[in-house]
Write a protein that binds this ligand. Structure first.
Ligand code: ADP
Ligand code: MG
Length: 232
């Protein structure tokens, strides 16, 4: 049945940069409404894997399949890069309008801003937004085109605890609305509270893929802390 198909499925992804194997036969399926948190030390390949899921790059080997496509046949995947770039002179609304050109959907920018809690900032220059608000705008950019899957690369990094909570609340609301979410994060607490599954990446392979409690038990809290890296 349609509902049983994963929203996104990556099969046997392998990739090398030079002679370094960054990913070595990694497979991942995410269902609609599911939140999967990808954790691992810096340099473990999280951003590389997320780029493949977002289809901005293709791996040396393996496939990424997305169930839902837009009218133009493009996979309905939204992506927040680890370092998103915005033109500082645009207003928040115009910044999203810019990305709306590239999707085959009628985009309601006001509705996207509302979803990420930036309705009151629509006319503010991007360059005048706080770091947290800029991150919310990046999340908004990922939501342009009403994606069925969102891929968020360290959406909570560098944010104060209040903004981290806000961000994970928005992520939860997306999942409640049926969006499949894959995110990387160093924030153990919010990940344990929010994620349905935690996937631990180490040495190019998944060393754990289970619900947060089971992963903490199998990997061990101390090792998991290491896996989350030195940003905790
Ligand atoms: P993470 O997001 O977990 O910190 P990355 O996916 O950014 O890890 O990087 C994984 C490894 O691949 C690192 O060793 C990094 O230096 C290397 N790498 C990433 N992107 C490139 C690239 N474009 N060219 C060469 N090496 C890269
Ligand atoms: Mg990264």
């Amino acid at each position: 049945a349609e509902g049983d198909r994963p929203a996104i499925a990556a099969a046997d992804l392998s990739h090398a940069f030079g002679d370094v194997d960054v990913l070595d036969g990694v497979s991942l399926s995410v269902a609609s409404g599911e939140i999967v948190a990808l954790v691992g030390p810096n340099g473990s390949g999280k951003s590389t894997l997320l780029r493949f899921l977002a289809r901005v790059r293709a791996p040396d080997e393996g496939t990424v399949t997305v169930a839902s496509t837009d009218a133009g046949g493009r996979a309905r995947v939204g992506y927040l890069p680890q370092q998103p770039g915005f033109r500082a002179g645009f207003s928040a609304a115009d910044a999203l309008e810019f990305y709306a050109q590239f999707v085959d959907e009628d985009v309601n920018v006001a509705e996207v801003l509302e979803r990420v809690g930036l309705a009151d900032a629509a006319d503010r220059r991007v360059g005048a937004l706080s770091g947290g608000m800029t991150r919310l705008l990046g999340l908004g950019r990922a939501l342009v085109g009403d994606p069925a899957v969102v891929v968020l690369d360290e959406p909570a990094s560098g944010l104060d605890p209040g903004m981290v909570e806000r961000l994970f609340d928005i992520v939860s609301a997306l999942a409640d609305a049926g969006v499949a979410v894959v995110l990387s994060s160093h924030n153990l607490g919010p990940v344990e509270r929010t994620a349905d599954r935690v996937v631990v990446l180490d040495g190019g392979r998944f060393v754990a893929d289970d619900d947060p409690r089971a992963v903490v038990e199998s990997v061990g809290a101390a090792d998991l802390q290491t896996a989350f890296g030195d940003l905790v």
